[in-house]
Design a protein around this ligand. Sequence first.
Ligand code: B16
Ligand code: MG
Length: 232
Amino acid sequence: MFKKGFIFDLDGVIVDTAKYHFLAWKKLANSIGVDFSEVQNEQLKGVSRVRSLEKILEWGNKTLPEDEFMRLMAMKNEDYLTYINTMDASEILPDVSKTLDFLIKKGQAIALGSASKNATPILHKVNLFQKFDAIVDGNDVSKAKPDPEVFLIGAKLLKMNPEDCIVFEDSVAGVQAANIANMISIGIGEDDVLHEADYIFKDFTEMSSQFLEDLISGTIKKQPKNNLSINN
Ligand code: B16
Ligand code: MG
């Protein structure tokens, strides 16, 4: 039997919490006189809370003392949690549960690879926690995506070699992290944003069971790439 490691990002792949991060960061940024666009927001996807605030301050040409920086991060998270608290299984993105169940039925190893420190409570809220063999989140890593640390820890916990792992990601930083880890990167979202991914789908409804079978058997392989490096 073929066995691969399937690593799922959380925000923007399993649940649409990316919209809640955007709303909470936008409110926080506006409160200190900074604004940013949806295009700029793509750069906040997949990156840590600390790095997100650093980027927002860079965009606004602002520097802050450390205690103020910490206070703003806490404010953003408090606001974000008010959205999260209302979540339930209806917020699981289309065909995610079906894909997880298919992979489980096929005996595949499944991990979460998220930058979020809120990942575990979110998985419990939407009732998917028990479907994962391993969870790696923002509490387990010291280096943010595009560093591959989160996915390499995931592979290790699944007892799989990185080259036998497949990553589902909605962020540019996450796709880059998967590529650097030498895993097959599958972008979930728009072609023009995620063009560095090996394969791109708008969402899981576009992914056939044959495609998943071919990933499992190894018929579908990583695309050759040049110049992979960490650049955030
Ligand atoms: P938190 P993912 C990431 O989650 C989000 O995409 C990113 O926007 C967020 O800043 C990061 O988690 C940290 O989240 O503030 O909840 O710790 O996409 O890697 O699942
Ligand atoms: Mg994401």
